[in-house]
Write a protein of this length. Structure first.
Length: 79
């Protein structure tokens, strides 16, 4: 991305960005035993995306759609 206000030197990797919304935020909230990763015994809160955002070209990430959202093991959205 480019343009005013964009600072590429402050960008984080895709892996770190994903961790910011999952494991790191659960740890910051002292909820890592219940949230932050998909493991047996943890709450099933996750989103299924239409593309693998870790592998596709950056330009395609914005075209990715939500296919399904699960909260507490219950499907609350399915496209």
């Amino acid at each position: 991305m480019t343009g005013e206000g964009w600072h590429p030197e402050q960008a984080v990797s895709r892996e770190d960005a994903l961790k910011m919304f999952t494991t790191w935020s659960a740890h910051a909230a002292f909820e890592e035993k219940d949230k932050g990763s998909i493991e047996v015994g943890k709450l099933a809160d996750f989103t299924v995306l239409s593309r693998d955002i870790m592998k596709i070209p950056e330009a395609e990430i914005l075209e990715t759609q939500n296919e399904m959202t699960v909260i507490g093991g219950e499907i609350i959205y399915f496209r």
